[in-house]
Design a protein around this ligand. Sequence first.
Ligand code: HEM
Length: 289
Amino acid sequence: MGKAFRTALAYVYFRLTSPLAAPVWLPTPRNLKFRQAKQTLNRIVLDIIQSRRHDRTEHYDLLSILLTAQDAETQTGMSDRQLQDEVITLINAGHETTATALAWTWYVLGTHPHILTRIEDEINTELGAEAPSFETLPRLEYTGRVFDESLRLYPPGIGLAPRMALERDELQGFAIPKGAIININSYFTSRHRQYWDNAEQFDPDRFLPDPVNRHKYAYLPFGAGPHVCIGKNFALMEAKTILAAIIQKFNISLVPNQPIEIDPRFTLRPKYGIKVTIHKKIDRYAATG
Ligand code: HEM
C-alpha cells in the first residue's frame, strides 16, 4: 500500500502543478502507473471490506462503524464503492500526517536534548515500565506539549484545504473577488512574529494550560471551522503513545551533519528523511526484578 500511495500522491501533485498534463484516460506511461497504483489501493481496501461484510465477529473499529452506518433519510447503508472511498480518504488523511509530525518531533528532540531528558523523566515518573495506554496518556502532559509545539513549527498539513469566496469581500484592505481561491497557510501563521514570542524557538511550555493571550487562529495544525480535522484527537493520542513507547525502550540520536530541508508538497515532509541512530535502552526494570 505504501508504494501505491506514494505513486498516487506523486501523480496528484504532478496534475496539480502541470496545467497541460495529458488527461488521465490517455495511456501515457505516467497515467498507466497511476491507474495501476489506484487499482492496487482499491483492490486491497475492497478485499478488507468484503471479508468484513461476511465476518460476524465484533471488531470495535472505524470500519465496523462505517459498515453499519445508515443514511438518515433512506435507511440504507453504504455501497462497497462508497466505503472504499471513505476508507481510502481516511488512510490517506490519517497516515502521512501523523508520520510526518512524528518525523519532525524526532528531529526537534534530537536538537534539544534537554527536552528529551524532560520527556524521559516524565515517562519514568508516570509510567515506569508500564506500556502507555488510553488511561495513562493524560498523565504525559509534557510529552503532549512537545508534540503540540512540534506541530506549530512543522504543521504537516502546511495549510487548510483551499476555500472559495462565495461573495466579494475585503480583508484588511485587500479586495477578495467572488470566486477567489483562498489558501490559509498554518506554517506561516504559526511562525508569525506578531502572534508568537521568539517564534522560531522550540518551546513546549508555550502550551502550558495557563490562559495565553494569543490569536484564536494563530495555531491551525488541524484547521478550524466545520471542516476541522476529524482525526485530531485520534492523531494526538496515537502520536503520544508512539513517542512514549519508543522513548521508554530506545535511545535515539540524530545522525550528525545530515541535510535537513522541508519538502512542502502534500505534507511538510523532510526532504531527505530524518536519519537517527537507535540503541535499545538497558531494561533497568527487568535488571532490578
Ligand atoms: C498529526 C496528524 C494530523 C494533522 C496535522 C491533520 C491535519 C488536517 C488538516 C489541516 C485538515 C484540513 C482542515 C481544513 O481544511 O480546515 C484535515 C482534515 C481532515 N483530516 Fe486530518 N490531520 C491529521 C490526522 C488525521 C487522522 C489520523 C485522520 C483520520 C483517521 C484524519 C482525517 C481527516 C479528514 C477526513 C479530514 C477532512 C475533514 C473535512 O473536510 O471535513 N486526519 N486534517
